[in-house]
Write a protein that binds this ligand. Structure first.
Ligand code: FES
Length: 362
């Protein structure tokens, strides 16, 4: 059984971890030192210049409401910048200006609001230190009345009700501050075009040649059917991609994987028999899960793997999903050859490319 004893004549305590006999200082005893640091208490209160000089107090008040007004200017400036420096598709300079001005307005609004609030607290609100003891909850009537008094005192000391200019400018700044965020929501969807239509169609059309994707904006040579050997894979874009107004967006929708299989391995429905050419098939490279590029081809199993969440598609069987979270096959681009032996599209995709939420629009 544990025992406790105090050493005689000192302010240290000796606690025996276990009782081993009458000698308390034997092995197993721990010494607990008294706290060496004494509470220094509160330093004497020093009044600030704003408490001593009414002129300084007035000038601090002016600075605070000026900062809040500056915050309003920043928020409204950001909204105006959004309207007067719109993002022009494919114009990096316009995007840069839009970002700089909208961002600067928001930064100014937040900075001025923050500095104003800190300045108000440091220079004008009461800085008397107080100790607030904890009480059991729930509060009784008397405590609630006390709390109401505390609020009233805080209101009096901070000048929230009295300094109407400061208070109103702060409220104005807080109301104006979310405006840029609300304005930015407009960019989530184009206003003048139907986003469903924009995403439903690609640049593929009857007679467009299939060309190699050379990365970025670059379009490579058109591909002859004779150049596609069994087992080979090509990353393909429409030959006329360079004529698009927004090349990268169009490419993101139209990108295709061209693969040649042994014809006898292909399982095609009768109505899709003419969608392939001599075992060459073309599928959208945009994963039907959430749109990553499906780019890993297993030549021997004919499986295409999406690296994002491991969806797998069977190239030999109309790119049906055989594993993973994707819910529908990769859309197939119907292809054939022209008189010169170049691979061409028979039409656009017959269904939207990309994530499966399209299914819900049907
Ligand atoms: S995006 Fe392809 S599996 Fe998720």
């Amino acid at each position: 059984m544990a025992e406790e004893a105090k050493s005689s004549g000192g302010d240290s305590a000796v606690v025996a971890a276990q009782s081993h006999g009458p000698d308390l200082s034997s092995a197993g005893a721990a010494v607990i030192s008294s706290d060496a640091v004494q509470n220094p208490g509160l330093p004497p209160h020093r009044k600030r210049v704003t408490e001593l000089d009414p002129k300084k107090e007035k000038s601090a008040e002016r600075a605070v409401y000026s900062l809040f007004y500056l915050s309003i200017v920043g928020s409204l400036g950001s909204v105006l910048a959004y309207m007067f420096f719109p993002i022009e598709t494919g114009d990096p300079a316009a995007i840069r200006l839009h970002t700089i001005f909208v961002g600067s307005g928001m930064a100014l609004a937040l900075l001025a609001l923050g500095i104003g609030a800190v300045h108000w607290g440091k220079s004008l609100m009461s800085d008397v230190e107080a100790i607030d003891l904890r009480h059991p909850t729930p509060s009784d009537e008397e405590t609630r009345e006390t709390a109401a008094e505390v609020f009233a005192v805080a209101d009096e000391e901070s000048g929230f009700s009295r300094r109407t200019l400061v208070r109103n400018s702060l409220l104005g700044a807080l109301i104006a501050f979310p405006l840029p965020g609300i304005t930015l929501l407009r960019s989530l969807a184009p206003q003048d075009i139907d986003p469903v239509e924009v995403l439903r169609h690609t640049m593929w059309d009857k007679g467009i040649r299939l060309a190699r994707d050379n990365g970025g904006h670059k379009v490579g040579e058109a591909i002859r059917a004779a150049d596609v050997t069994v087992g080979s894979v090509f990353h393909v874009v429409p030959e006329n991609l360079g004529t698009a107004k927004d090349v990268l967006n169009e490419k993101a929708k139209a990108i295709v994987l061209l693969i040649r299989l042994d014809e006898k391995d292909l399982k095609e429905r009768p109505e899709r028999k003419d969608w392939s050419y001599n075992g060459i098939v073309a599928y959208s490279k945009v994963c039907t899960h959430v749109g990553c590029p499906v780019a890993l081809n297993e030549q021997h199993t004919h499986h295409l793997l999406c690296p994002c969440h491991q969806s797998q598609f069977d190239v030999a069987d109309e790119a049906k999903v055989i594993f993973g979270p994707a819910k529908r096959p990769l859309p197939q681009l119907p292809i054939t050859v022209d008189a010169d032996g170049y691979l061409i599209a028979r039409s656009d995709f017959t269904e939207p490319v990309g994530p499966s939420y399209w299914e819900r629009l049907k």
